[in-house]
Design a protein around this ligand. Structure first.
Ligand SMILES: Nc1ncnc2c1ncn2[C@@H]1O[C@H](COP(=O)(O)OP(=O)(O)O)[C@@H](O)[C@H]1O
Ligand SMILES: [Mg+2]
Length: 240
């Protein structure tokens, strides 16, 4: 790790963490992992190994089986500050009958720093319009989600998260279904957002060469070396 990084406090800190849904069959053990402001970290590995579960654990959606998970200095048992963590799920969770604008406004509104201190709606709207534009979706703004292609829907989910202005973005296979040109565009926009905001991006990517090309660091979760149920994050690719 560079000296520059180690002088900052990490946005994400995992210590002796075991993740999974059942203590009898843990999925992944993570001795230590820190993610620093400005970093893009890819989590790679085969299907079913626990990549999504790791992301959901960091996002506070799944409790770790044991160990400490801290995000923005708060442990996962505390309530995270509203809006600080943006999550782009693998299954996008868009409102299918509602328009692109409606869906992205949900993100902009989730970015309120507290639920009672409402962002003026003109500001939320401005954030939403900027995010839609940055994802090249101006033409689709009034279109209901169900009429969009898979790749377009993925871009709406990305716009929804950008409109939220989170510090930490967690993206689960968010580049799938995109053609090469669109993929490069989406990645450029999100990378620039992360570098400028001093936040971080954690991206799950099953395609290892794609993961390598986009990330500063890569964590490879390797399947079944020790025990069919326990996988270790290999130290080869990780610079912790
Ligand atoms: N909510 C859940 N409850 C119990 N088991 C689950 C749940 N979600 C996923 N799993 C199981 O956990 C394992 C890892 O899943 P997942 O994290 O989605 O893997 P990946 O994203 O690497 O493909 C799989 O065996 C999956 O069936
Ligand atoms: Mg997954």
């Amino acid at each position: 790790m560079s000296e520059e990084l180690s002088n900052q406090s990490p946005l994400v800190r995992l210590n002796d963490v075991v993740i999974g849904y059942n203590p009898e069959s843990p999925l992944v053990t993570i001795p230590q992992m820190n993610i620093y402001p400005g970093e893009i970290v890819a989590i790679a590995g085969p299907s079913g190994v626990g990549k999504t579960t790791l992301l959901r654990t960091i996002a506070g959606l799944v409790r770790p089986l044991s160990g400490v998970v801290e995000v923005c200095g708060k442990s996962s048992s505390d309530k995270l500050p509203r809006g600080e963590v943006g999550y782009i799920p693998q299954r996008l969770g868009l409102v299918r009958h509602a328009s692109v604008m409606h869906n992205v406004m949900l993100g902009a509104n989730a970015g309120h720093k507290s639920s009672w201190e409402l962002l003026p709606s003109s500001t939320a709207k401005k954030h939403a319009l900027e995010a839609i534009s940055s994802m090249g979706l101006d033409e689709k703004i009034r279109e209901p989600i169900r009429r969009l292609s898979g790749g377009q829907q993925r871009r709406v989910a990305t716009a929804r998260t950008l409109a939220q202005s989170p510090l930490l973005i967690m993206a689960d296979e968010f580049l799938s279904e995109l053609d090469e040109g669109t993929m490069a565009m989406v990645l450029d926009v999100v990378t620039e957002y992360v570098r400028e905001s001093g936040g971080a991006l954690i991206v799950v990517e099953h395609d290892i060469s794609r993961a390598k090309s986009m990330a500063d660091r890569m964590l490879v979760i390797d399947d079944g070396r020790v025990n069919p149920f326990i996988t270790e994050i290999t130290s080869m690719e990780v610079k912790l």
